[in-house]
Design a protein around this ligand. Structure first.
Ligand code: ADP
Length: 593
């Protein structure tokens, strides 16, 4: 309160007013009283002189002054006034306070000179006779029109001045008291006026600082009270509106933040006003650091600032596609820019939606490659079969031996075709049913043994030593028995295909936290640069050799798919010319862990 400038301004003005008013009024009153008192004294001296006039006249006219001095002394003492009777020539013949014999000639005294002229005269002067300031009043005494002398009455001014002084002191005291009272009252009033204003200022400052719950007391019914309640209403409304705006904004930010599409908005000067998390991720920038900065400085991607500019200039939606290189990874992003208008339709900036389509594009490429591969793989045996059949049909005289050879070729090509189609169908089935394979307890010992049994004759024929190393205890997993059989078959089939005569193949099964199927061979091995890619569809290290051996390039891809569908992982280890080891790890059935 005491720090309120308004309070001090108001109070200082009030103090000044009170002090001036009291001083002026006090001064005027005391002056008035002093003037009145002096006038009263003059009147009293005049009356007394007039009353003395008839008494003094016979003495002055006759020139007989016996008894006069005594009477004047008694009278003067009675009315507490100095009385002096002066002859026309200025000689004092009686004086109530002094012996006239020793008094000077009074003819030249100002009051006497004035009375001689005008009949009455007044003067204020220091009297050496009584040694005090006196107010003199002289009246000319005439006898039959002839001036015979003067009657002079006088009173000491000290008495009047003492009275005036007392009056002035009283006026000053009353004025001071009134002023003090008025000042205290003013303090209270100023406080009452400024206190609500100060409270409103504090509240307004708090509200401006974000504390919207602040209110001011508004009990009085005067204008200040009304102002207070209007202020409170305004603050309440502001709080409500802000709450709504904040809620809407939070909702909007949550929605924008949760979007997989990147959203960024710029103002008319191309400064970022919003950039959601997805946009930050796609463009590899920090959303919080970007706010308020020029879009070009934030992204350094010409296409992004261009599309925003184009959207504003053309006032229409603009689309583009952008390829970014972020941390060594290529990102393909679809851009959709649109102008941003305010409520009145004025352009205030632009918004850009970024949709990352890298994976989509990759899948498209994979699909296109796959289709091209499939067509090519199918075309080869079909062309071969057609050629052989055409030759047979066109040459009826073909020797039976050649025909037989051709027919065998047709048979092998059709087997290849069938294998290819079967593998493709298996892959298609696995693709479609990812995660939806049969889920039943399967003892992998049965699966591994069945596979080894299946290939035993083959192995013997190729003079390859096929060994099964299976634990005594059951190794149970949850899964699809048929698919797991196919997985083992493919691995052993490969091992047989790529292991020359006299080699060995070990098929091992262990439970070591997870089920582990290991197929190791002493075959041709795989060079390190191919090892990463052999699980890709149609990837073959040596195409011609694979074809010759009846491979489709899909076997390991199927193995990978099946392993993944069982929540496991497959790895390959190989040394060129020494042999390869494939390891499949699948989680055990929960209760057997
Ligand atoms: P394919 O039908 O050609 O065998 P796969 O997908 O089963 O196709 O295998 C892909 C490629 O991996 C093969 O072409 C072959 O080059 C290589 N490969 C797979 N298994 C072995 C192995 N045990 N030893 C050497 N190379 C192998």
């Amino acid at each position: 309160m005491l720090s309120s400038r308004f309070f001090w301004k108001l109070y200082a003005g009030y103090v000044l007013l009170v002090v001036i008013a009291v001083t002026v009024v006090g001064y005027l009153i005391s002056e008035r009283i002093a003037t009145d008192m002096i006038a009263d004294t003059e009147r009293a001296l005049h009356v007394r002189a007039r009353l003395l006039e008839p008494i003094a006249t016979p003495f002055l006219a006759n020139g007989d002054y016996a008894d006069l001095q005594e009477r004047v002394r008694v009278l003067g003492a009675d009315v507490a006034t100095r009385i002096t009777i002066i002859r026309e020539d200025g000689i004092v013949i009686a004086d109530s306070d002094e012996d006239p014999m020793i008094m000077d000639n009074h003819g030249a005294r100002p009051e006497i000179l004035a009375a001689r002229e005008d009949g009455t005269g007044m003067s204020t002067r220091f009297s050496r006779t009584v040694a005090a300031n006196l107010l003199y009043y002289a009246v000319a005494v005439r006898q039959a029109g002839r001036l015979v002398g003067f009657v002079r009455t006088s009173l000491p001014l000290t008495a009047i001045q003492g009275r005036i002084g007392r009056v002035r002191r009283l006026v000053a005291l009353v004025g001071f008291g009134a002023a003090a009272f008025a000042l205290v009252l003013g303090l209270v009033v100023a406080r009452r006026v400024t206190a609500p204003l100060a409270a409103m200022t504090t509240a307004a400052e708090s509200i401006a600082g974000g504390e919207y719950g602040h209110r001011v007391p508004a009990a009085s019914r005067d204008e200040i009270g009304l102002l207070g309640s209007a202020f409170n209403r305004m603050a309440g409304e502001l709080q409500e509106r802000l709450a709504t705006i904040t809620e809407d904004r939070t909702k909007l930010l949550t929605i924008l933040g949760g979007m997989t599409e990147g959203v960024l908005a710029v103002d008319g000067e191309q400064h970022v006003v919003h950039l959601n998390a997805a946009a930050g991720r796609i463009l590899n920038v920090s959303p919080t650091d970007s706010l308020g900065k020029a879009i070009w400085d934030v992204t350094r991607v010409r296409q992004v600032s261009d599309i925003l500019e184009r959207a504003v200039e053309a006032q229409t939606d603009v689309n583009d596609e952008l390829t970014l290189e972020v941390d060594g990874h290529r990102r393909v992003v679809q851009l959709h820019g649109a102008p941003l208008a305010d409520g009145q339709g004025g352009l205030v900036g632009a918004v850009l939606v970024l949709h990352e389509v890298t994976e989509l594009r990759r899948l498209e490429t994979v699909r296109q490659d796959f289709v091209a591969n499939v067509s090519h793989e199918l075309k080869t045996p079909i062309t071969a079969i057609r050629g052989l059949i055409d030759t047979i049909v066109e040459d009826p005289r073909m020797p039976a031996e050649t025909q037989d050879r051709f027919q065998k070729k047709i048979q092998s090509q059709s087997i290849r075709l069938a294998t290819l189609v079967t593998d493709l169908l298996t892959l298609a089935r696995l693709d479609a049913a990812e995660g939806l394979l049969e889920s039943e307890p399967v003892d992998l010992r049965d699966v591994v043994r069945a596979t080894v049994d299946h290939f035993r004759a083959d192995a013997e024929e190729r003079r390859v030593n096929l060994v099964a190393e299976v634990d005594g205890d059951p190794v149970r997993v949850l899964g699809d028995g048929e698919a797991l059989g196919l997985l083992c078959n493919n691995l052993v089939d490969n091992a047989l295909k790529y292991t020359p005569e006299g080699g060995s193949i070990w098929v091992r099964l262990r439970a070591n936290g997870a089920a582990l199927i290991e197929v190791q061979d002493t075959g041709i091995g795989i060079a390190a640069e191919h090892l990463d890619r052999i699980f890709e569809r149609f990837y073959r290290v040596d195409k011609a050799r694979s074809r010759e051996l009846g491979g489709t390039g899909l076997g390991l891809s199927i193995v990978k798919h099946i392993t993944k569908a069982h929540g496991g992982a497959v790895t390959a280890e190989s040394t060129l010319g020494v042999g390869s080891t494939f390891r499949v790890r699948i989680p055990l059935e929960p209760q057997t862990v």
